[in-house]
Ligand binder design. Structure first.
Ligand code: ATP
Ligand code: MG
Ligand code: MG
Length: 371
């Protein structure tokens, strides 16, 4: 069988490996961590840095096509691999998604609605920025995730202090919005430009980390449709090939694009249990050059993330969770639980949206997850 290549060995890579295996493909994973969740179940685990030339050579030799499960692969890695093999998404798309400045400028210049922001390249850019941005959030341009590398700042003085604390890295200073709620759309776009969108999910965060996703999102159907259309427009504008996650704010009834991920998205995990085709199967399909699968959702679903916090006294007892009908557990097999680390998730599916939400929140509480 053909071998597919995956850059990164986290849980997203692991779900890709499972989907690929189920479809009859082998997978080679490149990840420097010997215990990475995807590396452990891959057919080939190249245990090396993402810019290790020998490992990249080997990946290119063994794989028909290569994708990524995280946005921070060096652009040079994707460009090198693309000289030898099909790489999806393209290096140019990943380069935009991995840099908040490039990403925001791309959204703004393409006419997509975004929160007001200023680019902070050096300390003097802060006093020069529009005072109307405050209260604001200062976000580092590179390598931030799960709210890391972000500081809420009420004044330019606080922004300057946070900028220094972040090591004077390039940042985006963004207006703090009053959010009605947040939604995200995951889609797959193939090399011919065909698109399948999954229903929008409604997301709530705890300490900057995704906590609960409700799918489909509640609220105004027009918002869901607008979000879907905006996500498709973003993918088209990028001439994107692969699975793309787009996050949105809903503020004062208006949709704004927050950020995008050039890969399956945490808020799309519900698709594993609630859609005809999961976001990971779509990733396999796009990479292998197969037609896209049916993204239809067959059951309402609620997903809850399981963070390392509830491992404080060892592995939690899951018995209470398994008493809930329609609950599907997904533990990632990570050895070390740290607070804030994503260790697994569960999804509750059912016939009625309100029952799946009640069930999910009940189990969330029983497992000791506190707001
Ligand atoms: P991810 O793990 O999704 O990549 P991230 O670290 O890139 O997260 P963002 O998506 O920028 O961070 O922000 C994390 C969360 O913080 C958002 O989902 C939202 O809840 C809140 N947030 C971010 N920016 C704003 C803003 N301008 N106004 C209000 N809330 C915000
Ligand atoms: Mg992000
Ligand atoms: Mg985000």
């Amino acid at each position: 069988p053909a071998m597919l290549g995956m850059l990164g060995g986290g849980q997203l890579g692991r779900f890709f490996v499972i989907a690929a295996h189920e479809m009859g493909y082998k997978v080679a994973v490149l990840d420097p961590d010997r215990n990475s969740p995807a590396g452990k179940i891959a057919d080939v685990h190249l245990c090396a840095a993402y810019d290790d030339e020998t490992a990249l050579q080997s990946l290119a030799e063994q794989c028909a096509a290569i994708t990524t499960e995280f946005e921070n692969v060096p652009a040079s890695t994707l460009e090198f691999l693309a000289q030898h093999r099909t790489v999806r998404p393209a290096a140019a798309s990943v380069a935009i998604a991995q840099n908040r400045v490039a990403e925001k400028n791309f959204f703004r210049d393409s006419g997509f609605p975004v929160a007001p922001y200023a680019v902070i390249e050096q300390a003097i850019d802060i006093p020069a920025a529009d005072s109307g941005l405050y209260p604001a959030i200062l976000k580092v341009a590179r390598f931030g995730y799960d709210g890391k590398g972000q500081a809420r700042v009420a004044t330019p003085e606080e922004a300057s202090a946070a900028f220094e604390k972040f090591g004077a890295e390039v940042c985006v200073l963004e207006r703090m919005l009053r959010l009605d709620y947040e939604v995200s759309v995951v889609l797959a776009r193939d090399a011919d430009g065909n698109v399948e969108t999954f229903p929008a999910a409604e997301n709530s965060h705890l300490n900057g980390i995704l906590d609960v996703s409700i799918a489909p999102a509640r609220g105004d159907a027009a918002i869901r449709e607008q979000a879907r259309q905006l996500a498709v427009d973003v993918a088209q504008k990028l001439n994107y090939t692969g699975v793309l996650g787009v996050e949105f704010f809903v503020s004062q009834g208006r949709l704004l694009v927050n950020e995008m991920a050039p890969r399956p998205h945490n808020s799309g995990h519900y698709t594993i249990d609630a859609c005809v085709t999961s976001q990971f199967e779509q990733q396999v399909r796009v990479l292998a050059g197969l037609p896209l699968g049916d993204a239809r959702q067959h059951s309402p679903a609620v997903m809850v993330n399981l963070l390392g916090d509830i491992w404080s006294r060892g592995e939690p007892s899951w018995d209470a969770a398994y008493a809930e009908p329609g609950l599907k557990m997904h533990l990632y097999g990570k050895h070390e639980a740290r607070p804030g680390r994503k260790m697994g998730h569960f999804t509750v599916v059912g016939d009625k949206a309100d029952q799946t939400l009640q069930g999910a929140l009940k189990v969330r509480h029983l497992l000791g997850i506190r707001d």
